[in-house]
Design a protein around this ligand. Structure first.
Ligand code: ADP
Length: 320
């Protein structure tokens, strides 16, 4: 504690007020309360904050008709480098080209002096990651339901030459009817020539396919999304990702050596284990296709519920 003398000094000579933070990455200035798309003559009222990711902040907005949307805001100060601009343009180009019931709908993009804005379909109910935190793990029928929708979206992307490259629970949003909406195309890649291989090492450690990390000469392609789907299925049923450890380096070693286990106390079915094991095949050419996963005994012989009740946000539903 400061001595009485020091306290006196503080009183007599108060410190300068803190300088306003400049170029602070943590707290960029808020976008205006009313965001205007000048060219289309549209106003969006900012009504709430939804979350932030690597380089964007996402707000809930209302258009003039009262329709609620998500608005992803990227500050122009974060777009100073050519690389950052190219990355954002790629995300916009890819995302706006996609239209599928299980992919977050891209509405528009526009800019003002300070920011670039993307208006997106609003996903009211958070992500599967948020839901997993509350539920700890999901039942097999729920996992089948989510997997079928995810594979539908992924198959659509792949037929449109798009690799998502960052499929994970945090990027699988839920709409108000518990349907999956794949979002965040920030790492997506467009395959412009058949047979083209991608070389950029990217993804999220727990979900990253071995060929992305260890076959950098050869590159990677659509099968990296299949791998992530295997990691997602494991995580839904077991409650944590298969290669998880504290140290990222150890995660990579485990991915390289294909080291993961099924905790016996979880008692998941043999069909679900077989499905996960076949997807988590290190050689991308030996991995099942998306259609083969749909035709696997786990999906084909099990209950796929027609919908998930809202009560599932907090407690396991009974599908008998
Ligand atoms: P980044 O590309 O910077 O990682 P994201 O697209 O992942 O940003 O978005 C960051 C956060 O904003 C998400 O984790 C989520 O909480 C929220 N969010 C993003 N898109 C939506 C949406 N369409 N509806 C509701 N919330 C969203």
């Amino acid at each position: 504690a400061p001595s009485p003398k020091q306290q006196e000094r503080v009183k007599a000579n108060p410190p300068d007020p803190p300088l306003p933070r400049q170029n602070s990455k943590t707290t960029p200035p808020s976008p205006p309360k009313v965001i205007t798309d000048k060219h289309r003559g549209l106003d969006f009222h900012r009504v709430g904050f939804l979350g932030e990711g690597g380089f964007a902040r996402v707000y809930e907005v209302k258009d003039v008709r009262g329709t609620r949307l998500a608005c992803k805001v990227v500050t122009k100060t974060s777009l100073k480098t050519k690389k950052a601009k190219t990355k954002l343009y790629a995300e916009i180009k890819i995302h706006r080209s996609l239209s599928h019931p299980n992919i977050v709908r891209f509405q528009d993009c526009f800019e003002d002096d300070d920011n670039v804005y993307m208006t997106l379909e609003l996903c009211h109910s958070g992500s599967l990651m948020d839901m997993l935190r509350r539920r700890r793990r999901f039942t097999e029928p729920e996992a089948r339901f989510f997997l079928v929708q995810l594979i539908g979206a992924c198959n659509y992307m792949h037929t449109h030459q798009v690799i998502h490259r960052d499929l994970k629970l945090g990027n699988l949003f839920l709409d108000s009817n518990m349907n999956i909406k794949v979002g965040d195309f920030g790492l997506a890649a467009l395959i412009e020539n058949p047979g083209e291989r991608k070389k950029t090492i990217c993804g999220t450690p727990n979900y990253i396919a071995p060929e992305v990390l260890f076959d950098t000469a050869n590159g990677h392609s659509f099968e990296v999304d299949t791998w992530s789907i295997g990691v997602i299925l494991y995580t839904l049923l077991i409650g944590r990702p298969p290669f998880q450890t504290k140290d990222v380096k150890d995660i990579y070693t485990r991915i390289r050596d294909n080291v993961y286990e099924f905790p016996p106390e979880r008692r998941i079915s043999a069909d679900s284990r077989d499905c996960i094991t076949s997807i988590l095949t290190p050689d991308p050419q030996q991995r099942p296709t998306l259609l083969e996963i749909i035709a696997s005994p786990f999906i084909d012989l099990g209950i796929v519920p027609p919908f998930i009740p809202l009560s599932a946000h907090d407690a396991p539903p009974d599908f008998r």
